[in-house]
Write a protein that binds this ligand. Structure first.
Ligand code: FES
Length: 144
């Protein structure tokens, strides 16, 4: 099966491959797998104080369409708010990359990976208003 030119472009020159520090409070990590083929995609977002996605990285162990889908969405989410990123549909990814029907699930993986990354970021934020590092530093230890 022939890949479209756009798939080949992203496959041969993937954008934003790599990892962000998952322990950073501003980073959301989404890890998803496709049961049908066993391919796995990790997508991470770095969210700024203004709620806008500043950076995104991915690592995908999968087919060319999955790699192209994740490469494309890391480009798309940058500069977007979380809600805007959640609005990215796999159909738009599949259309942009001209994916054939048997490769639609590869684009679904990318949509799911964004959703998982945003959910991870949000759950970290609501996990508690833990004092920030600087607030900790401001606490003087009690003398015993
Ligand atoms: Fe499964 Fe592409 S064949 S993600």
């Amino acid at each position: 099966m022939a890949y479209s030119e756009k798939v080949l472009d992203h496959y041969e020159n993937p954008r934003n491959v790599g990892s962000l520090d998952a322990g950073d409070a501003g980073v959301g990590t989404g890890m998803v797998g496709a049961p049908a083929c066993g391919d796995v995609m990790k997508l991470q977002i770095m969210v700024g104080k203004d709620g806008v996605i500043e950076d995104a990285k991915f690592k995908t162990y999968g087919c060319g369409s999955a790699i192209a889908s994740s490469s494309l969405v890391t480009e798309w989410v940058k500069g977007k708010t979380l809600d805007e990123a959640l609005a990215i549909k796999n159909t738009a990814i599949a259309e942009e990359l001209a994916l054939p029907p048997v490769k639609i699930h590869c684009s679904i993986l990318a949509e799911d990976a964004i959703k998982a990354a945003v959910a991870d970021y949000r759950s970290k934020r609501s996990a508690g208003d833990l004092p920030s590092a600087s607030e900790y530093a401001a606490c003087e230890p009690e003398a015993a």
